[in-house]
Design a protein around this ligand. Structure first.
Ligand SMILES: Nc1nc2c(c(=O)[nH]1)N[C@H]1C(S)=C(S)[C@@H](COP(=O)(O)O)O[C@H]1N2
Ligand SMILES: [Mo]
Length: 317
């Protein structure tokens, strides 16, 4: 998916033949005559991503303390049950049509709306940030995301003070997603968090990775990412965001609440009922490293759970 936030006649450098490049440049120069766009030209010519303006690195998240996982691994080793139960769903996920894409924002908000991705992105401040991701299955990755803080979307939606939770829902289309023909699963995939958690600066809406549009296998065109929680909370390919006063029932919780609870905060001390969470396998390197409390983001998020029993199983599953 390309976000046409720069004029459509500016073709990305990587897509043009030398001739087209020449013609395109002439068109630009002609179009510029007398309208004072010359200052914009060098910036557009050097743009590296499909996003405009070019997202800048958030200095607070420029270093995840671990090497970034190779793109070829992260885009082909996935959990995306809509397209199958194996990790190798990237080819199947290509069937998802992500452009155009509309997101519905509803529930307890001042301004319910349906908004296209392009319009949404015009209103959101894009940035890049490098963060760790920890799956409940005890593997982890490091990804350079492009996206915007979830708090910005909440600011746009204006939830009422009665809204306590944000619920997010993935598309449902069994014709293109074979996993959704398995009717014993509670489709569509749903996840949720408290509004307070959603306002935390770590809660991020992802629209790109590795300086490009998000691969479909990783949840294009937009997915949530909550780096302090187990990966299943980070719902992909979101079509609906609702504000509610009832704790949402999520996909995995509905299937097996004793193993996948609402909070799902990463804690090395609390084992999953069927395996330890003390360590994790780092994708790409194969290193086995100790898992950190809140996946290493305790400084940012521990205050959200102050007053709750930190070792209560319910806080982790
Ligand atoms: N819609 C949807 N979102 C999902 C999943 C899924 O199966 N369907 N899997 C989750 C799990 S368990 C993980 S670990 C991450 C994986 O993200 P990745 O494939 O980009 O690594 O996506 C999460 N979001
Ligand atoms: Mo996961």
């Amino acid at each position: 998916m390309h976000y046409h936030r720069k004029p459509r006649w500016i073709i990305p450098e990587r897509e043009v033949t030398p001739e087209a490049c020449f013609l395109n440049r002439r068109t630009i120069l002609a179009g510029m005559a007398g309208i004072g766009l010359s200052a914009a030209l060098p910036r557009l010519a050097s743009a590296a991503t499909g996003f405009s303006p070019e997202p800048q690195m958030n200095p607070s998240f420029a270093d995840a303390g671990r090497a970034v996982t190779e793109e070829s691994i992260n885009s082909t080793y996935n959990n995306f049950y809509e397209f199958g139960m194996s990790k190798s769903i990237s080819r199947q996920a290509e069937a998802l049509e992500t452009d155009p894409w509309t997101v519905k924002i509803d529930g307890m908000v001042d301004t319910p709306m349906e908004i296209g991705m392009e319009d949404l992105l015009k209103r959101m401040p894009l940035e890049e940030r490098i963060v760790r991701h920890r799956c409940v299955e005890a593997w982890s990755m490091v990804v350079p995301w492009i996206g915007f803080p979830l708090s910005e979307l909440i600011g746009m939606a204006g939830p009422s003070s009665d809204a306590k939770y944000v619920r997010m829902e993935t598309f449902k289309d069994p014709e293109i997603a074979p996993g959704q023909r398995q009717t014993w699963y509670p489709w569509p995939y749903v996840e949720g968090l408290t509004v307070e958690e959603a306002m935390n600066p770590l809660a991020f809406m992802v629209v790109g990775a590795y300086g490009k549009d998000l691969p479909k296998s990783m949840g294009a065109p937009m997915r949530l990412h909550l780096p302090w929680k187990f990966g299943f909370k980070s719902v992909k390919s979101v079509v609906r965001i609702s504000f509610t006063d009832e704790q949402p029932s999520s996909f995995w919780e509905a299937l097996q609440s004793s193993e996948y609870g609402f909070w799902a905060n990463v804690n090395p001390k609390v084992p999953h009922p069927r395996w330890s969470q003390a360590e994790e396998r780092v994708l790409g390197t194969g290193d086995q490293v100790p898992t950190q409390l809140f996946n290493g983001y305790a400084e940012e998020v521990a205050s959200l759970y102050a007053g709750m029993d930190q070792d209560a199983r319910t806080l982790w599953y």
